[in-house]
Design a protein around this ligand. Structure first.
Ligand code: BT5
Length: 326
């Protein structure tokens, strides 16, 4: 059962480096049979935990440097809610799909779904999201804010500021910038995409699925050819391999802070932070909406998160949803 699995995992996480725990010790500690322990170990392996089992010694979590599983993230985590529950997988279709199932099973506020690889990672409007195995952060944060549905889309902006500032705090040499509404670019190339989806009741948000995809440790050849000229990774920009688990924890920390501010005070508090993190404001852009193509200067963002575009004739238009080119 879930609780046996949790107990076994806790016991494995609590082990000192290089130490093993035997099946018998686990059985005694958890108050269950050896068979139940063995089954729990198998379930954990299916969940993506890398468990070493050595004859006569017992079990331990394999100590690999580069996984984004709970054990690695927990080492860095400083939050109350976001990331306190983590569902980790080696491979999923899309963390958005897993997260939406977990919402139906009452997953608590702050639950993180994260995978080493996605076979059907998605962007907006059913576009594909390339999710190379073991190279990026492919995660969905489940939030349950008490808000009306119309305030949900702004979480994309909240998440974008959180990701930019988490990146800057850990890696001061890189220069990530938000491209409205949901991209983060470094030197003009896309390193991150954000997809916020909502599960709503009549007039309240039931849950938000904030999907965050970050290229971390890819090199150019890890991207499919059509992305090589438009995508980049933090490693390509920073010149070194980075610790994905540490970045996940830092994003959780910023996300917890900013989403609480947003729920309590609205977007006005975060507007300045957003504008500071943005590479869009002040630029000439072309915005392609579902209805038309507009060109002008991005002059700011409203309290509701609507991009303000000044056209050649001086009119200022609010852009609610569009793809933009700088
Ligand atoms: C996005 O869509 O940028 C949102 C991407 C969200 C991905 C996360 S990963 C965790 C969670 N689970 C999911 O299944 N999704 C979320 P959009 O603005 O529509 O941009 C999609 C476009 O970005 C594609 O059409 C490509 O041109 C480009 N693209 C695809 N994969 C990329 C990558 N790894 N890096 C940079 N650009 C990429």
């Amino acid at each position: 059962s879930g609780t046996t699995k949790e107990k076994v995992l806790q016991a494995l996480l609590a082990l000192p480096q290089e130490a093993y725990v035997s099946g018998e010790q686990l059985a005694t500690a958890c108050g269950i049979s050896r068979t139940a322990i063995w089954k729990a170990i198998q379930t954990l392996e299916q969940d993506g935990y890398d468990i070493e089992s050595v004859r006569k010694k017992g079990y331990r979590l394999a100590s690999s440097k580069d996984f984004v599983d709970r054990a690695h993230i927990a080492q860095h985590l400083q939050t109350k809610h976001i990331g306190q529950v983590i569902h980790y997988y080696k491979e999923v279709t899309s963390t958005q799909i897993i997260a939406s199932d977990l919402v139906q099973q009452n997953a608590p506020h702050g639950t993180v779904v994260i995978a080493e690889a996605q076979t059907a990672g998605r962007g907006r409007m059913a576009r594909e999201w390339d999710s190379a195995a073991g190279k990026g952060i492919w995660m969905t944060i489940i939030l349950r804010p008490d808000l009306p549905p119309h305030q949900a889309p702004q979480f994309t902006l909240v998440a974008a500021v959180a990701v930019v500032n988490a990146m800057k705090s850990l890696y001061p040499t890189i220069t990530p910038e938000i491209k409205w509404p949901n991209d983060i670019l470094i030197n003009g190339k896309k390193t991150t995409g954000i997809l916020t989806e909502m599960i709503a009741e009549a007039d309240r948000v039931q849950a938000l699925l904030v999907g965050i995809g970050i290229n971390v440790n890819q090199q150019k050849e890890h991207f499919p050819e059509e992305l090589q000229s438009i995508a980049t990774s933090l490693r390509m920009e920073a010149g070194e391999v980075l610790d994905r688990a540490a970045l996940v924890a830092e994003i959780c920390r910023y996300m917890e802070n900013y989403s609480e501010q947003y729920v309590t005070y609205g977007f006005s508090r975060l507007k300045t932070l957003w504008e500071e993190a943005s590479g869009t404001i002040g630029k000439n852009i072309r915005a392609t909406t579902l209805r038309e193509v507009l060109e002008g200067t991005a002059v700011g963002i409203t309290e509701d998160g609507v991009l303000q575009l000044r056209l050649a004739n001086g009119d200022v238009r609010g852009i609610y949803s569009a793809d933009i080119e700088l």
